[in-house]
Write a protein that binds this ligand. Structure first.
Ligand code: GRF
Length: 199
């Protein structure tokens, strides 16, 4: 199962996916990593693992659709079957959604539909929720709005701040994302409208 990962930053979720593949917990292979940030540490992680790592500069494209078309071209050229967004800080447009229908996955550090968008962990702390967590979902045109595949909850305590909560959630992210991809690789994900069933 050929995975392509899109990442803008540190790439710890990318690492957890590569590690799960290497450990054969996930019968898949990361064949390509793409970033919109030239200095993304995710690119270095990929190169260290011998995986093609490509920076595509959004500044070179007129529109999001043009940018997405360039991303899709290279994904297809590498035979990517499933696209994983892992800390990818751009909305995905129609061109990519059409090329990979129900085949683009994202992880978000909150229990969606609560706290979509940026700084989800800070939003959760400020709101005063007692539980937060992470969500793996299928990507649609909205921001963190697509059908939910898996979620994991963590408690939020009085002493938590954004950093401590982020760390607790991240630990679950690193478990949940490879798990969701394993379900995909095994053909166990069925999408009907906004409902995802695991068969
Ligand atoms: C994670 O918290 C992920 O849920 C969010 O961005 C962060 C990326 O972290 N979308 P990393 O780059 O995978 O370390």
């Amino acid at each position: 199962f050929r995975l392509g990962v899109l990442a803008s930053g540190r790439g710890s979720n990318l690492q957890s996916i590569m590690d799960a593949c290497a450990a054969r917990q996930l019968e898949a292979e990361v064949v390509l990593v793409i970033s919109d940030q030239v200095s993304a540490y995710a690119l270095e992680r990929a190169r260290a693992a011998g995986i093609p790592a490509v920076y595509i500069n959004p500044g070179n494209y007129q529109s999001r659709q043009d940018y997405d078309a360039a991303v899709v071209e290279i994904l297809l050229a590498h035979g990517v079957e499933l696209v994983c967004l892992a800390g990818y800080m751009r909305l995905v447009g129609k061109v990519m959604l059409a090329a990979y229908p129900n085949k683009i996955i994202n992880i978000h550090p909150a229990l969606l539909p609560a706290f979509p968008g940026l700084h989800a962990q800070r939003q959760a702390c400020e709101y005063g929720v007692k539980y937060s967590g992470c969500t793996v979902h299928i990507v649609d045109e909205g921001m963190d709005t697509g059908p939910i595949i898996l979620q994991a909850a963590v408690p939020v305590s009085d002493g938590d701040d954004e950093d401590s909560l982020s760390a607790r959630i991240l630990e679950q992210e690193h478990r949940l994302y490879p798990e969701a991809l394993r379900l995909f690789a095994e053909g166990r994900i069925v999408v009907a409208g906004r409902k995802v069933s695991i068969v």
